[in-house]
Write a protein that binds this ligand. Structure first.
Ligand SMILES: *Cc1c(COP(=O)(O)O)cnc(C)c1O
Length: 235
C-alpha cells in the first residue's frame, strides 16, 4: 500500500529541514532552493500529495507514464517536469504533457522540441542536461560540448533556456559517491557561471542533487533538488 499523506508530510518536513540546514552551512536563503518531488513509478496520489503540501512541481522520467497519470491528478495547477532521457521522436508527446523538459542533451533533440513547441504555439522552458561528472553511464552533453549546445539552444525561438541539469555518477563506496557528487556539482556551477558571463544570459536554474546527495548540491549552488525516495520510499 502507498504511504499516507501524514507519512508524506513527515518525510517532506524532514527533507525541508535538511535543505534548510544545508543552506545555513552554505550561507544561502532556503527560499532559493526548490524541492521537486520525483513521483516516477508511484501512483498519481504521489503528485496529489506534493500539490497538497504546497510544492510547485513534480518530476517524472518517462513521457508515457506522465501522460497516463497527469489527467488523473487532482491538482490542475501542479507543474510536471521531465527529468528522464527523451528520444527525439517523442518530442510532441513531451511538449503536450510537460511544462518543462530538464533533459535536453543534443542538437537533434533541440531541433525536434523547437519544432514541436512551434506547432503547439508555445514557448517550452527547458534545461540543458550536462554529464558534468563524465559518467559513461549517463546521458547529457559532455562538458566540452556544452558551450556549443548552449549556443544552439539560445537560437531556438520556441524554447526558453532556464538553466542546466546534471546527475552525479554513482561510486563504489559512500566516500567515492561524495567525491563524485562534489566534483560533478562544482563542475556544473562553474560551467553555468562561464556560460552566463560569455552569453549574457542568467541560466538561473541549476537542477542538481537527489535524496542521497542534496547537501553537496546545495553547497555548490543548486536551485532545485529532485527528491524521490526520501519523500515516497524505495521504488
Ligand atoms: C529518480 C530520479 C531522481 C530522484 O532520485 P532519488 O534518489 O529517489 O531521490 C532524481 N533525478 C532523476 C533524473 C531521476 O531519474
Amino acid at each position: 500500500m502507498f504511504i499516507s499523506y501524514e507519512e508524506f508530510t513527515h518525510r517532506a518536513d524532514t527533507v525541508r529541514a535538511q535543505i534548510a540546514a544545508a543552506c545555513t552551512v552554505a550561507g544561502r536563503d532556503p527560499a532559493t532552493v526548490e524541492l521537486l518531488a520525483v513521483t516516477k513509478t508511484h501512483p498519481v496520489t504521489a503528485a496529489d500529495y506534493a500539490a497538497r503540501y504546497g510544492l510547485r512541481a513534480v518530476g517524472e522520467n518517462r513521457v508515457q507514464e506522465a501522460a497516463e497519470k497527469r489527467p488523473l491528478c487532482a491538482a490542475p495547477t501542479l507543474a510536471w517536469e521531465l527529468i528522464g532521457h527523451l528520444q527525439s521522436n517523442k518530442s510532441k508527446l513531451a511538449v503536450t504533457h510537460f511544462d518543462r523538459v530538464q533533459s535536453v542533451d543534443s542538437e537533434k533533440l533541440l531541433n525536434h522540441l523547437d519544432r514541436a513547441a512551434a506547432e503547439f504555439g508555445k514557448i517550452l522552458p527547458v534545461l540543458l542536461q550536462i554529464n558534468a561528472g563524465n559518467d559513461p553511464a549517463k546521458f547529457g552533453a559532455d562538458l566540452a560540448g556544452a558551450p556549443r549546445l548552449a549556443d544552439l539552444a539560445l537560437a531556438k525561438k520556441n524554447l526558453r533556456i532556464d538553466g542546466l541539469m546534471t546527475i552525479a555518477p554513482l561510486g563504489a563506496t559512500p566516500t567515492e559517491n561524495a567525491e563524485h557528487a562534489a566534483r560533478t556539482f562544482t563542475n556544473l556551477r562553474t560551467l553555468r557561471d562561464d556560460l552566463a558571463t560569455r552569453l549574457g544570459v542568467p541560466l538561473r536554474e541549476l537542477s542538481m542533487g537527489m535524496s542521497g546527495d542534496l547537501v553537496p548540491a546545495i553547497a555548490a549552488g543548486s536551485t532545485m533538488v529532485r527528491v524521490g525516495s526520501a519523500l515516497y520510499g524505495a521504488r
